[in-house]
Design a protein around this ligand. Structure first.
Ligand SMILES: [Zn+2]
Length: 557
C-alpha cells in the first residue's frame, strides 16, 4: 500500500532524502528560548506546549510568535507507511516547540542562532558554508558520529528545490505504481475515492521546502530564502542524516527492509526519530542537559497546528498521521532507546533495527525482541482469473491497522485493538474495465480472545465503511454483507482473521478453502431466489445457526 514516508526514503525511489523545512521562529521574536526558561514556576509546569496554544499562529506567522516553531521535513521517499505516496515519499511535518525543556534555560542557542538582526539579511554562500560547517561540527559532537568525508553542500533557490523534489517524486515511482498506491489506500478506506495523492504531495511540497539531504549524491541542499537562524534548525536535522549516512549508509540500510513496508517504515522512523532527537539536543546545547535528561518526554508537545497550512488543513487524517509518524513515533522511540545511554545507543539501532512499526510504537517490544509472525496469502490471481490485475501486496503493520481502525472507530479503541496485531498481509486487485477493487487481508492477533474482539469491532468498522448494505449475515466468527461494489466478508478462526472486500461468496469460499479453513456459514436464502445452487450447502447448516442472533442483526438497514 502506500507508504508516505518522510525524509528518509529508502525506495529506489527514495533517492533522496529531502527535508522540507523548518521555520525556526524565535529569530525575530521578542522572547527568546532563554526568556522562556525564565518563566515563573507556575508557568513552568505548562511550559511545553504547542505553538498554537501560544499564538494561534500559523507557520507563516511564526516569526512574530514568542515560541519556537518549525515545520519540518519533506522527505523524498514514500509517504508514510501507508501511503506510499507517489513513491517518493515526502514528509511534511509541522512541529512547534517551545523551548523550555524541563525548566532549563536554553542558553546555548543564543550562540548558535543568529541574532534577530540577521534575519532579514540575505544569506550569502559564505554565510551558509560557515554556518553549515559549524552546525555539522555540533551535530557530530552531539551524535558521536565523526565526519568521514567532506560533505557537499549548496544553497538553492526555491525553484531549484521544488523542481528537484518533483523530479524525485516522478522518478521514484512510475505513474502505474503511484496509481496502485493510491488505490490501495482507497481500498482500506484510508483515502476517499478518487483522492489525488500526486497533486496533494506536490502541493505539500510547494508549500514549504526548506532543505534536503540527498543520500544518492550525498549532498545537502538548503533553501536560499530562509533566514540563517531557520536554516540552522534545518541543518541540525539534515546534517544528522548526513552523518548517519556516512557511517551507516542510510539508503541501503532502509531499503534492506524491502519488500516489507511495515519494516521499512520502522527504519524510516529510526532515521527521522534520531534526527529529531539530535535537533532537540542541538536546541539544548550549552544547557548541560539533553533529551535523555528530560523524563517522560512526550513528543506530542512538539506538534504544532497541523492545520496551519492550506494543504494540510484539507488533508485526510491518515495522511497527516502518516506524514508525522516517522518523526514523532520515531522520536518517542529514539528517546526511549537512548534514555540511559544517550547517543551511544545509536549504532545499535542500525545494527539491530526495529522490525515493525509495532516495535516503534512499543519500544519495550523492541528491547524484548518480540517479532511479528510471518503471514502468507494464497495466490488469489489464479482464483480470480484474467479479469483482475494485482495492484499491491504488502504488510500493514500495527501502525497501518491502527490507521484503518481509526477511520471507523474511535481513537482509543483503534489504538488498543491494533496493539493486539501480531502479523498481517494484504493484497489489492483491480477489475479490468470496471476498475472495481478487491481487498484481501489476513491477520494474526495475540490470542484467540483478541481475535474475537477484533471480529466484533472490525465488523462494526466494516458496517461504517459501507453505507449501502444488503443481505447482512452475522454468525459467530463470520460476518458478511453485500454492497453495490461486491460482497464483504470477515471470518476468524482461532487467533487469526481474514477479510475479503469487493468479492463474491464463491470467491470467499475459494479463498478460505486454500487456507484449509472450514466453509463459512451459508448465506441465508433470499425470498423468491431460485434455491438451485445454494440449497445443497445451506440446507444442513441453517437450522444450527438460526435464532442465535436477533433478527435486527440479520437485516441490513
Ligand atoms: Zn529527515
Amino acid at each position: 500500500m502506500t507508504r508516505i514516508s518522510p525524509c528518509s526514503s529508502t525506495s529506489p525511489a527514495r533517492k533522496t532524502e529531502l527535508t522540507l523545512v523548518a521555520v525556526f521562529a524565535f529569530a525575530g521574536s521578542q522572547q527568546t528560548p532563554r526568556d522562556l526558561g525564565r518563566l515563573r514556576p507556575r508557568e513552568k509546569s505548562t511550559a511545553l506546549f504547542t505553538a498554537s496554544d501560544v499564538c494561534r499562529g500559523t507557520i507563516h506567522r511564526a516569526r512574530s510568535c514568542p515560541t519556537a516553531q518549525f515545520g519540518i521535513c519533506y522527505s523524498a521517499k514514500h509517504m508514510a507507511s501507508h501511503v506510499k505516496l507517489s513513491g517518493l515519499g515526502l514528509c511534511a511535518l509541522y512541529l512547534s516547540l517551545v523551548l523550555f525543556l524541563g525548566g532549563v534555560a536554553v542558553q546555548a542557542q543564543e550562540a548558535a542562532v543568529a541574532p534577530p538582526s540577521a534575519v532579514s539579511k540575505p544569506v550569502t554562500d559564505a554565510d551558509f558554508i560557515a554556518a553549515a560547517d559549524e552546525v555539522l561540527g555540533q551535530m557530530s559532537q552531539i551524535t558521536g558520529l565523526k565526519l568521514v568525508t567532506p560533505l557537499k553542500k549548496s544553497l538553492r533557490s526555491r525553484e531549484e528545490i521544488r523542481a528537484y523534489v518533483i523530479k524525485q517524486m516522478n522518478e521514484d515511482k512510475n505513474a502505474a505504481e503511484r496509481y496502485a498506491d493510491e488505490r490501495s489506500a482507497e481500498a482500506f478506506g484510508l483515502l476517499p475515492k478518487g483522492f489525488d495523492l500526486d497533486s496533494f504531495m506536490v502541493n505539500v511540497l510547494t508549500e514549504q521546502v526548506e532543505g534536503l539531504y540527498d543520500p544518492k549524491t550525498r549532498e545537502f541542499y538548503i533553501a536560499d530564502w530562509s533566514p540563517l537562524a531557520d536554516q540552522r534548525m534545518v541543518m541540525a536535522h539534515e546534517l544528522t542524516h548526513a552523518l548517519e549516512d556516512q557511517h551507516f549508509q542510510i539508503e541501503a540500510w532502509a531499503k534492506a527492509a524491502r519488500p516489507n513496508e511495515d519494516a521499512e517504515l520502522a527504519r524510516d522512523s529510526v532515521l527521522e526519530g534520531s534526527a529529531m532527537a539530535a535537533m532537540i539536543d542541538y536546541l539544548m546545547l550549552g544547557t548541560g542537559r539533553s533529551l535523555k535528561d528530560v523524563p517522560d518526554f512526550d513528543p506530542g508537545v512538539l506538534i504544532g497546528d497541523l492545520g496551519s497550512t492550506a494543504t494540510l488543513q484539507k488533508a485526510p487524517p491518515f495522511l497527516k498521521d502518516a506524514l508525522m509518524f516517522p518523526y514523532l513515533g520515531g522520536l518517542t522511540f529514539s528517546a526511549a532507546v537512548m534514555k540511559n545511554t544517550g547517543w551511544f545507543a545509536l549504532p545499535g539501532l542500525f545494527e539491530k533495527p526495529p522490525v515493525s512499526t509495532q516495535q516503534i510504537l512499543h519500544p519495550a517490544l523492541y528491547r524484548s525482541g518480540k517479532t511479528p509472525r510471518s503471514v502468507t496469502l494464497p495466490p488469489l490471481e489464479k482464483m480470480l482469473g484474467d479479469n483482475w490485475s494485482k495492484l499491491d501486496e504488502n504488510i500493514m503493520g500495527e501502525f497501518g491497522w491502527k490507521e484503518v481502525l481509526k477511520q471507523f472507530l474511535d481513537n482509543d479503541r483503534a489504538k488498543s485493538l491494533a496493539a493486539a496485531w501480531d502479523g498481517d498481509r494484504y493484497m489489492v486487485f483491480e477489475q479490468k474495465g470496471t476498475k472495481r477493487l478487491l481487498l484481501a487481508t489476513r491477520l494474526y492477533l495475540d490470542s484467540e480472545e483478541l481475535a474475537a474482539r477484533f471480529f466484533g469491532q472490525y465488523s462494526e468498522a466494516l458496517e461504517k465503511k459501507y453505507s449501502e448494505r444488503t443481505n447482512l449475515l452475522r454468525r459467530p466468527n463470520f460476518f458478511s454483507f453485500d454492497t453495490p461494489d461486491g460482497g464483504v466478508f470477515l471470518d476468524c478462526l482461532g487467533d487469526e482473521c481474514v477479510t475479503l472486500e469487493g468479492a463474491t461468496r464463491n470467491m470467499f469460499d475459494g479463498f478460505t478453502k486454500t487456507l484449509n479453513w472450514p466453509l463459512a456459514p451459508p448465506p441465508r436464502e433470499r425470498p423468491g431466489a431460485a434455491p438451485a445452487k445454494t440449497a445443497a450447502i445451506s440446507a444442513p447448516a441453517a437450522p444450527l445457526v438460526a435464532g442465535i442472533f436477533p433478527p435486527a442483526a440479520q437485516t441490513a438497514p
